[in-house]
Design a protein around this ligand. Structure first.
Ligand SMILES: [Zn+2]
Length: 86
């Protein structure tokens, strides 16, 4: 182990250096992970995809089922309905 306390420059067998696609800092490739957008990022730049991006909308039913055409207008002749019919 290096005396300086930082592991930034320490060689790790089988672990190559990688550059974070977002911040540009150097990390071991084992510390980088692929984000939802395909970028290889460090742990602090790793973020979940915004859940609203993949939201499924509910289909709206904007029609009336089993419709029928409107009936023809019926006009009353004068005197067809009298006061006694009411
Ligand atoms: Zn980063």
């Amino acid at each position: 182990m290096h005396k300086s306390g930082t592991s930034y420059w320490i060689y790790k067998a089988g672990d190559a250096w990688g550059i974070c696609d977002v911040c540009g800092f150097r990390y071991y490739q084992s510390q980088l992970s692929k984000r939802w957008d395909g970028l290889m990022v460090c742990p602090s730049d790793h973020e979940r995809r915004q859940p609203q991006d993949t939201i499924k909308s509910v289909k709206e039913k904007i029609y009336v089922e089993n419709p029928r055409p409107e009936a023809a207008d019926k006009f009353l002749a004068e005197g067809e309905i009298t006061e006694s019919d009411l």
